[in-house]
Ligand binder design. Sequence first.
Ligand code: HDE
Length: 715
Amino acid sequence: MSEQSREPRDPREPRNLKDQQLEQYRVTDEGRKLTTNQGVVLSEDEFSLKAGERGPTLMEDFHFREKMTHFDHERIPERIVHARGFAAHGEFQVYESLAPYTKAKFLQDPAKKTPVFVRFSTVAGSRGSAETVRDVRGFATKFYTEEGNYDLVGNNMPVFFIQDAIKFPDLVHALKPEPHHEMPQAASAHDTFWDFVANNPETAHMVLWLMSDRALPRSFRMMEGFGVHTFRFVNDLGQAHFVKFHWKPVLGAHSLVWDEAQKIAGQDPDFNRRDMWEAIERGDFLEFELGVQLLPEEDEFRFDFDILDPTKLWPEEEVPVKLVGKMTLNRNVDNVFAETEQVAFHPGHVVPGIDFTNDPLLQGRLFSYTDTQLIRLGGPNFHELPINRPVCPFHNNQRDGYGRQTINRGAVSYRNNSLAGNTPAPVSEAEGGYVHYQEKIEGRKVRARSASFRDHFSQAALFWNSMSEVERKHIVQAFSFELGKVGSPSVRQQAVDLFANVSLELAVPVAEAIGAVPPREGGSKETRRSPALSLMNTAKSPKGRKVAVLLGEDFDGAYVRAVMDVLQAAGVRAEAVAGRLGKHRGADGFELEAVHTYATTDSVLFDAIYVASGRVDVGQADKGPAEFLRDAFAHYKPIAASHGGTVWLETGGLAGSQGVISAAMPDLPDSSASSASFASSDSPDSAAFAEAFLEAIALHRHWDRVVPKGERRCP
Ligand code: HDE
């Protein structure tokens, strides 16, 4: 690229080694002369070259040919799984040296910031599919360390569907849209998926996670991440520990409810990426703590499950998660294709101090990820793409291939050689050379599953036992929905019978909902619980939430502004919605800016609703505060109303319900008026009102609220 086409970047943006490396590839086209890819300046770009104004187009039109050819080749194959993803840059810092466990350099020095690139994804859907579908989420992190790239390619669930990689093509074929009509998109609620589940009982544990609220994350900022497999840490002395990796979101793990998730898929298919993009642009960076569960080698057989089995987790109560560092995602990409689409993750990208185990799922992944990049990114040089380059130098005798960018000087590209002093040369472990952990292995070549992998139901039952009442209800509803979409009565019955092995409390109501025969016998002997598995025990903070402030004609501007300021100071985004965009004058003459209309947004896109007006002109929309409140109430969200807005609570019969804050609340200081429009002087203190609202927002959902079945309390 030419020198003059580079623009200096905003100096306020964070810098690190990776950022500096990427800088040399960034180009700003704005304000430049239009040229061909060969650098020839063009004089015209709207008309192809013709023999006469009304004549045929000429072959010699190199500009037309180049422009059209490049366009024809713009698309590459989407990822076979995890096609829909979104990514950001950031940094990772360890809290204290992990030297006793691993020699990985990026885990030694608390002062060191390691650049990272993280891609979040859904699994089943195509690249253009909606984001709030019921699915596993990918959570892939590339650490650009001084010793080379380390990729932690995880998911937001700690276990997996299958135990051996050879079954992955079968799983994915069953999950993806059915091949004869390519339906349904981005959904597991269809015959082939459930046929696979019913006939592959190892799926039971993961399917419970998939049917739980974990499959509907409110935000990429609010979900956990897991490395899934058991890996190995190796220290300087060659001693090993088994390790499981966790990402813990600082904002806690929070989920959508199903009806909301489905509606968002229509209202804003980009909901999760928009949330992440906007948060980073505002400076509300994503924060995750890295956690490790460590197990000394001698404890390998301590559990009643096999630690090599990827359908099992290590209960946190038995092996505590040690929080060892923090990752902050603080910069959006400049170009989604160049970065997010071309990034190539691989669980086999490890650095000295991190090694594999014999988990048969992990072993198979070590093959698949390079293989897939060869077709997806068109050849063996994908490591040279800017986003994939390590920040340390790399030298070897690999040469040529499609899209080769490195210009290797000299005649030698082999070892052993004498002409280049037998370099580039490997170095000893002491000098930083990667040495595989020398695990002793003995065995016959067999195609078999270890007997220690055969219990498929105990941990599924552990998960079920650990759920709160609300979470269990959601799981039963999810099974009832998904199996309710299955056409084959036989598959429905087989699935119910499989989950009878987990719990009859689960299988019987599902069977009743889908017209299957309720199983009479079943259940697991597992009675233990792991409280860490329930989302009810996660961190609760209002930070990162979004509130719609519904305005009409009679709001008290100063009061509403004051409430919005308190919310904003607590990290809550408060955005005004009105019948038209732009400035709105309150009853007191104070102006507020509406950034949405009742037509351009919707209740489901917010975590809470504040109605500030009684009289509302909805403009060109066919919905208004009544519909916003109806959905927010049914989705258990906090609702607040002041001044004339309280009338909506009363007509809707919402006043007094859990998580509904009214300016007329009896326990608020100076609370006096109820539904009538009143001036700020008679209204309760805006700070106290906002604080009560904030508390309700921190809880996120008010599950004890009674949402009537079969009828809606519509205002
Ligand atoms: Fe993947 N997986 N996977 N996977 N996976 C891919 O690689 C595969 C598995 C995960 O944002 C593919 O580059 C096999 C477990 C993430 O770019 C592919 C098996 C976990 C991503 C592939 C698994 C994951 C992928 C498709 C069973 C959690 C997205 C495109 C042995 C620990 C990475 C690509 C990104 C992507 C193969 C199972 C996580 C085909 C064979 C378990 C987050 O190579």
